[in-house]
Design a protein around this ligand. Structure first.
Ligand code: ADP
Ligand code: MG
Length: 261
């Protein structure tokens, strides 16, 4: 894969590679999340502490229902913790207003989900372009359509989809759909890409290909990833593995019960 200009490379005002001196890129402190369902309370996260360094692949493993997606949603500003703090480049985020959170989410973070979440009526390139057109984007304002057009085509070509630009999701294989979703996640040159079981809906061979792609993006572009996965062989290739158990994170290399899903 060749590098895409503007992909975390420091060109054209993209986010700086280095966190502020001594700061981890992202840090969570004592995160708690309690879901309330009528009178019932479910404490899903019970004090999660976590640190992500620039250019790291951090894998989070754990049984189904252990709170991995919940944690990812909090870290990616898709949801708010019941209590606790999140610091991005040293700046506390949990107190931000919704509009600032949305701006930061679009500008700094990318997301890849198990079910792809592509818009069915848009083709691969239009899906990829979306994050640059809706938000503050790569350069602090929505990207002019011509620039977004070029960048999305470059990204899709890099991910092996140059011949699929005009295909809609229904005309793509699972692996191709996930490549489009990864291209879309990279559109605004995010500092962190959050992946929630990105290979959970793919066969073993395709899953290995997609994971290799993430490793390549990390190696070549120094792209930071937070990756939730239940595939241990994949998690083992991350720089760091943390395990979610009973609402807390621990070092993933301790012996622990087998994962369910
Ligand atoms: P994982 O991703 O590890 O499978 P989740 O974070 O999706 O786990 O869910 C953790 C627990 O929180 C589960 O018991 C789930 O049912 C519950 N949960 C998740 N989202 C909500 C919600 N919006 N309201 C109530 N309970 C939820
Ligand atoms: Mg989940």
């Amino acid at each position: 894969m060749s590098k895409i200009p503007g992909s975390s490379s420091g060109e054209e005002g993209s986010p700086p590679e280095q966190s502020a001196a001594g700061q981890p890129l992202l840090r969570a402190s004592s995160l708690r999340k309690v879901y309330r369902d009528g009178t019932r309370e479910l404490e899903v996260l019970r004090g999660v502490n976590l640190q992500i360094e620039t250019s790291q692949i951090l894998a989070i493993i754990g049984a189904s229902g252990s709170g991995k997606s919940t944690l990812l949603h909090l870290l990616g500003l898709l949801d708010r913790p019941t209590s606790g703090q999140i610091f991005y480049r040293g700046r506390e985020l949990t107190g931000l207003k919704e509009r600032e959170r949305a701006a930061m989410r679009t500008r700094e973070f990318g997301f890849v989900f198990q079910m792809f979440h592509l818009l069915p009526d848009l083709d691969a390139q239009e899906n990829t372009m979306l994050p640059a057109l809706i938000g503050p984007g790569l350069f602090g304002s929505p990207l002019p359509r011509s620039r977004a057009w070029k960048r999305s085509a470059d990204l899709l070509a890099r991910l092996g989809l140059a011949h699929r630009l005009r295909h809609r999701p229904s005309q793509l294989s699972g692996g191709e759909k996930q490549r489009v979703a990864i291209a879309r996640a990279l559109m605004n040159a995010p500092a962190i890409v959050f992946c929630d079981e990105p290979t959970g809906n793919l066969d073993a061979a395709t899953s290995a290909e997609i994971y290799q792609l993430l490793l390549d993006l990390n190696r070549e572009d120094r792209q930071t990833f937070v990756l939730v996965t239940h595939e241990m062989d994949l998690a083992a290739r991350a720089h760091r593995v943390l395990r979610m158990t009973d609402g807390r994170l621990s070092s993933g290399d301790e012996s622990a019960p087998a994962l369910s899903s």
